[in-house]
Design a protein around this ligand. Structure first.
Ligand code: ATP
Ligand code: MG
Length: 412
């Protein structure tokens, strides 16, 4: 084998890195559980159509980023680039319409073919939630509050801004779309070629164009909030009041939009300045039209997804590994007794590191390397007398303890 590097945009996770990851996922899972979200794991790949139909054929994901291939059986399948489409597909194919409201949590690897950089990989991980079957604003409030709760529990909420906007209902969207096309259409020469291309097909996406000229133009474009009808304004108001009641701070960002037709009402992003260009850690919104657009029942939904790598980078300190007890035979003759003692302690729930070989100094060095909290040292005399030397590796204090009292002594 000549190429032993990981594939570009992928990473091996171990040591501190994977502990950061698991802390993010486990904290999110535990807190989502308090809100009644149960875990769902959908397949890593789906029929390509699941994503093309739901994400729309003008999004970056569909046009540039999908890992799609044909199987030996001639099926076109895609590695999932995001979680919502698979959950919506499962909702339909598992026939869950009678069970709403349903609350799902997921933690999964995602795949997108994009240019790797800090906070942007080709295989990355997301945690996410979907709340299906609740049409009212209390659902939007709940999922946003849940996201904020998770970031608070991770100790990173202080660095985060919750940005909120409303896309309103279908009527509001149509009105805004017309206004936007009217405005941008009268500045065609200023628009980037890519945006000119999008003007009729998907004008809302021009609002998050990265082109400087587009951005300058967009700054003066009509504002979505001015085109919301009464029902949509009331909905947005209720979301804001709910968040205020729960003490979730937020700012309105009128430029925050979702280009796809099945999105409605609430759109939100949690952003930070601490990660450079990749500043969005969590993004979500209401997708009332998604499940119907896939041919499913008229079930509304709202949810979000957050990047585990980005959240992991924000955690100030990686969680420490469990500190084991080091069981150390002084010589090879004591090794069998040490192995038996280690096994017994493990069965009683202790994490035990067993020095495999080498002299005393080498074994103590290993105990230090694995950050053992205590050492149980077994010399020839001790084994004969049925005692061990128990050393506290933080204080250095030590005493002889009969075998039967090792476990109780380690507990205290
Ligand atoms: P971006 O604008 O950064 O490309 P996005 O709009 O494509 O983000 P979403 O599809 O909304 O992102 O995904 C939700 C979250 O997943 C993002 O906010 C981010 O934290 C994370 N994420 C998305 N793409 C990647 C990636 N390639 N590598 C790492 N994390 C990612
Ligand atoms: Mg992206």
């Amino acid at each position: 084998m000549s190429n032993l590097q990981p594939v570009r945009g992928t990473h091996d996770l171990m040591f501190d890195d994977i502990r950061r990851h698991r802390l993010v996922e486990d904290t999110a899972f535990a807190i989502a559980g308090r809100y009644g979200y149960g875990e769902i794991a959908t397949p890593v790949f789906e029929a390509t159509e699941v994503f093309t139909r739901t994400l729309g054929d003008t999004t970056d994901i569909v046009t540039k980023e999908m890992y799609t291939f044909e199987t030996k059986g001639g099926e076109r399948i895609t590695l999932r680039p995001e979680g919502t489409a698979g959950v919506a597909r499962a909702f339909i194919s598992e026939g869950l319409a009678q069970q709403v409201p349903l609350k799902f949590f997921y933690r999964e690897a995602m795949f997108r073919y994009e240019r790797p950089q800090k906070g942007r990989q080709r295989q990355f991980h997301q945690i996410g939630v979907e709340l299906i079957g609740v049409p009212g604003p209390q659902a939007d409030v709940e999922v946003i509050a849940l996201g904020h709760h998770i970031l608070t529990a991770l100790g990173v909420a202080g660095n985060i801004k919750v940005e909120l906007n409303s896309l309103g209902d279908g009527e509001s969207r149509a009105a805004y779309r017309d206004a936007l096309i009217g405005f941008l259409g009268s500045h065609l020469q200023t628009l980037s070629p890519e945006s000119r291309d999008r003007l009729e097909r998907n004008p809302l996406r021009i609002l998050d164009s990265k082109d400087p000229a587009d951005r300058a133009l967009v700054a003066n474009a009509p504002r979505y909030t001015d085109y919301l009808n009464t029902a949509s304004r009331d909905f947005f108001q209720a979301v804001q009041e709910g968040l205020t009641r729960l003490g979730v701070p937020f700012v309105i960002n009128p430029g925050l939009v979702r280009g796809l037709d099945y999105y409605s009402h609430t759109a939100f992003e949690f952003t930070t300045d601490a990660l450079g260009a990749q500043g969005t850690v969590l993004a979500g919104g209401r997708y009332d039209g998604l499940i119907p657009s896939m041919g499913g029942p008229a079930a509304p939904g709202v949810g979000w997804a957050a990047g585990v790598e980005r959240l992991a980078m924000l955690i100030p300190e990686p969680p420490p590994a469990v500190r084991p007890v080091a069981v150390i035979p002084v010589g090879d003759a004591e090794a069998p007794v040490a192995e038996k003692l280690a096994h017994d302690l493990r069965k009683q729930g202790f994490a035990v590191d067993l020095g495999y070989s080498g002299n005393m100094g080498k074994r103590l060095k290993r105990a230090d390397k694995v950050k053992a909290r205590a050492a149980v040292i077994l010399g020839a005399d001790e084994v004969r007398d049925g005692v061990a030397t128990l050393r506290d590796l933080d204080s250095g204090e030590q005493r002889k303890v009969p075998f039967a009292e090792i476990a109780p002594a380690l507990k205290s």
